[in-house]
Design a protein around this ligand. Structure first.
Ligand SMILES: [Zn+2]
Length: 243
């Protein structure tokens, strides 16, 4: 009887521990800051801020049955990187997931990649960092490198595990869509550093590639992508709790 009660207690506490997990999903850009711009046939413009909000909402909807989940913005409005990070503190987020789409001056660039916070010397990564680290005024935030290194030290292991789990699941969910897997990469993204917790930054495909843009702005792609992220987050949480 006692053993039964203990087992029950264990199940209840594990369930509540799983439920206590808070994930903050961050749709990149917004408001006056539109992010990358792509053009569909018929000269219809597609803005990164709209795609990132749509995808973040899908991720939220599919995460909701499993964890407590918030968005840094649910409307088309301007939010600074610091405000996004402050919200992570306010809701006591365990994980921070920033949602973006990529762009390049090379129209043939294509594929999806997953970043976690760490220093990187890769020139191609530096270009992505530069785009995503800009604020509304185009000024780079002054973030103390010592503080960034401290955050990296505290979060890199967990963030790398999260990124690997999510990217692996994205791989299997996106295979039918034919998108190229560009891998998991370290990158110095201020929004991740400022949030001071394990997290990742998703680059879910290139809006600058007309062929890829046509695919990634479709609901079917967003569904697949969101399902991949959720499977990966759950796999990460499972390994963390040793379940
Ligand atoms: Zn972006």
């Amino acid at each position: 009887m006692v053993r039964h009660a203990l087992a029950l207690l264990l199940v209840v506490s594990l369930a509540s521990a799983a439920h206590a997990t808070v994930v903050l999903v961050d749709p990149g850009h917004g408001g006056e800051e539109h992010g990358a711009i792509g053009v569909l046939s018929g000269a219809r413009k597609v803005m990164e801020k709209d795609l990132s909000l749509r995808l973040a909402r899908k991720i939220q909807e599919k995460l909701r049955p499993h964890v407590t989940v918030f968005l840094t913005r649910s409307l088309d409005r301007t939010v600074t990187l610091q405000e996004r990070a402050d919200l992570a503190d306010k809701v006591k987020a365990d994980l921070f997931i920033s949602v973006h789409f990529n762009s390049s001056t090379d129209q043939s660039a294509h594929g999806y990649e997953t970043y976690y916070l760490n220093n990187s010397a890769d020139a191609a990564v530096k270009k992505v960092e530069k785009k995503e680290n800009l604020t509304l005024q185009g000024e780079e935030l002054v973030v103390n490198q010592i503080l960034i290194d401290l955050v990296i030290q505290q979060t890199v292991q967990s963030s790398r595990s999260l990124a690997q789990n999510v990217h692996r699941e994205l791989g299997s969910h996106l295979r039918p869509s034919g998108l190229t897997n560009r891998g998991v990469k370290p990158g110095l993204f201020y929004v991740l550093a400022l949030s001071k917790r394990p997290g990742l930054l998703l680059e879910a495909g290139f809006v600058s590639n007309p062929r890829e843009l046509k695919a990634i702005q479709q609901d079917e792609f967003m569904e697949r992508y969101a399902r991949g992220v959720v499977s990966g987050v759950l796999a990460h949480l499972k390994t963390k709790k040793g379940l």
